[in-house]
Every structure is written in structure tokens, then in C-alpha cells.
Design a protein around this ligand. Structure first.
Ligand SMILES: [Zn+2]
Length: 321
């Protein structure tokens, strides 16, 4: 058994800064750990939770009862809130936040409690407002750690009550350290995210990627794209849609790179045949698509209707010269 923070790969500067806040007695009531999913934010949050509740060390010892219970996610001092994944559009509802606030009000004030809200951007407005009240009138010894991909997905009122710490995607070497012996293209195409690496490198993931790239070809070439009902059913699966947008981003990026730079910068090293097809697309179209996919990803992450997102993208893409 050890400290959770010691199992984190990378992010050393950010982790040092977090510990400095703690050591200087400036640990905030609410902090947002912001950055792509699958890079270790939750582990870092758990590591900091250990530091906040540890019985013997201000950095967390990893050995005491409090630290061990945090590691096993069985601590009364730790509350982890996540979106309801079973919903078609995962969301953190106000009921969950209210239940949380009730339990915080009841519990013993003497010991520190840590609330980790994972994918906190999925709190609906009522949930955000319920949380805001607590952030405005913080209770001693209650610490909120909000995890999210992007700070701009929060209400400004929540943002202004939280300290923000940004985290970046992992490097090729760090990914290899965390998950060795995966296909080279998967390390390159996973955007520095372990969750994406895992799904890309699985057989199912490789098939999904192939489907999503075939779908990209359809998007780019089918003049009656909007009439086809088939893809709408497929993109209803939100996880698939997000995965798909990621694959598209990577391939479009490669197409742009291939037009201007050498082959060695290509991420999807196994897709050279597909990439050749993109040579006929104008730079303007490729660049536009590259930019817009970032927006589509944000929209889908913020619970936009997936079919509408692709439809809207196609309509606007068709107008680009
Ligand atoms: Zn400890």
C-alpha cells in the first residue's frame, strides 16, 4: 500500500503546486482539476484526499487507516459523485447534490471531508446552483475537488468560486510507461489519454475506429448524407460518437500534416491508404473541419444531441469552399 499520488505518471509540476498549496495552509475549499479525461486527474484527486485526511502526514502517508480507506474508496471522509452513466445523456442531477449537501450537514465537523465530483461539467444548472450555495458559504474542513475537461463548461459563478489547476495530455513515453506493449499507432493517435489508448488498442476499439473512419468517408463524400438514416442510429450511442469525433480529429490532423510536412509526423501510421483520399480536399476544408471538430467534441461532452451535432457539421461543411 502506498500513496495514490505516487502511482500517478507525469504531472509532477502540478502535483508539487498542489502540495505547496496544502503546506502553506492555502488549500482552497473548491479546486478544479481541469484537463482531458484519461490522464490521471482522479488519481491526483484521491492522492490529495489522502493528504487532506491523513492521520500522520501533511502529504498523506498511504499507510494509516484514513489513507487506506481513501485508497479503497471506502472512507466516510470521501464522497465521490459521478454522472448517472445509464442515462442517454449522462448528467449530475440536483438530487445528487442535495443528498450530498444533506450528508455534509449531518456529519461530524471535526474531521476533514473531501468531495470529488467527477465530470463535474455534467452537473445540470439546478445542480450547479445547489452546489454554488455551498461554495459561497464554505464549511470548514469540507473540500471540493471538481474534475472536468474544460473550465469553460462551468457557470461563471462556479468558476469564480474555485481555484483552477490545469493538466495536460500525457506524452508518448508516459503512455508507454502506464500501458506498455500497445500498437505504435494507438500511442500516437490516443491524444495523450489512457482511456482512449485502451479503447483504441482493444480489438473492439480497432473495429470501432474502422467504423468511425468509414463513417468519415461517408460524411466527406456522400452528397445525400442527410438522407441516410443509418448513421443517426449509430451516433445515438454517445460514447461511440465521442470516440468517433476523436478518430476524425486525428485523421484530419494527419491529412493537414501530410500536405505540409513529412510522413514522420503522422499519428495514424496504419492509415496511409485512407489518408491519400484526403489529398483532393482543399486546405480550407481540412482546416475548417479540424477546428470545428473541437467544437463538436465540446458540444457532445456538454450533452448536445449527437445526431444534430453531426448534421449541423455536415450542413456547414458543405458550404465551405
Ligand atoms: Zn495517512
Amino acid at each position: 500500500m502506498a500513496r495514490v499520488i505516487d502511482s500517478v505518471v507525469g504531472h509532477q509540476d502540478e502535483i508539487n503546486k498542489l502540495f505547496q498549496l496544502k503546506q502553506k495552509g492555502r488549500w482552497p475549499h473548491a479546486i478544479m482539476l481541469v484537463g482531458p479525461s484519461g490522464i490521471g486527474k482522479k488519481k491526483i484527486a484521491l492522492g490529495m484526499a489522502q493528504a487532506l485526511v491523513c492521520e500522520s502526514s501533511s502529504e498523506g502517508c498511504g499507510q494509516c487507516g484514513s489513507c487506506l480507506r481513501i485508497e479503497k474508496l471506502q472512507s466516510e471522509s470521501l464522497i465521490v459523485i459521478e454522472p448517472d452513466a445509464e442515462l442517454a445523456r449522462p448528467v449530475i442531477k440536483v438530487e445528487k447534490i442535495r443528498t450530498l449537501l444533506d450528508s455534509l450537514a449531518l456529519a461530524n465537523l471535526a474531521s476533514a471531508r473531501v468531495v470529488i465530483i467527477d465530470q463535474a461539467q455534467l452537473m445540470n444548472p439546478q445542480a450547479s446552483n445547489a452546489l454554488l450555495k455551498t461554495l459561497e458559504e464554505p464549511t470548514d474542513n469540507v473540500f471540493f475537488i471538481l474534475l472536468a475537461p474544460d473550465v469553460h463548461q462551468f457557470l461563471p459563478t462556479i468558476r469564480s468560486r474555485s481555484q483552477v489547476m490545469r493538466f495536460h495530455a500525457l506524452s508518448y513515453e508516459q503512455l508507454k510507461q502506464i500501458k506498455p506493449q500497445q500498437p505504435d499507432w494507438a500511442y500516437r493517435a490516443c491524444r495523450g489519454r489512457v482511456d482512449l489508448l485502451t479503447s483504441l488498442a482493444s480489438r473492439e476499439g480497432a473495429e470501432k475506429r474502422d467504423e468511425s473512419l468509414t463513417f468519415l468517408e461517408q460524411f466527406l463524400t456522400d452528397e445525400e448524407f442527410l438522407l441516410d438514416k443509418g448513421w443517426r442510429d449509430i451516433v445515438k450511442d454517445r460514447a461511440w460518437a465521442i470516440f468517433c469525433v476523436n478518430c476524425w480529429m486525428q485523421l484530419i490532423r494527419d491529412a493537414i500534416v501530410l500536405k505540409t510536412q513529412a510522413q514522420k509526423f503522422i499519428l495514424n501510421t496504419d492509415q496511409s491508404e485512407r489518408l491519400k483520399q484526403f489529398f483532393s480536399l482543399s486546405d480550407a476544408k481540412l482546416n475548417w473541419l479540424g477546428e470545428q471538430l473541437v467544437r463538436v467534441e465540446k458540444d457532445i461532452n456538454s450533452n448536445a444531441d449527437t445526431a444534430l451535432a453531426f448534421e449541423d457539421l455536415w450542413v456547414r461543411y458543405a458550404r465551405v469552399d
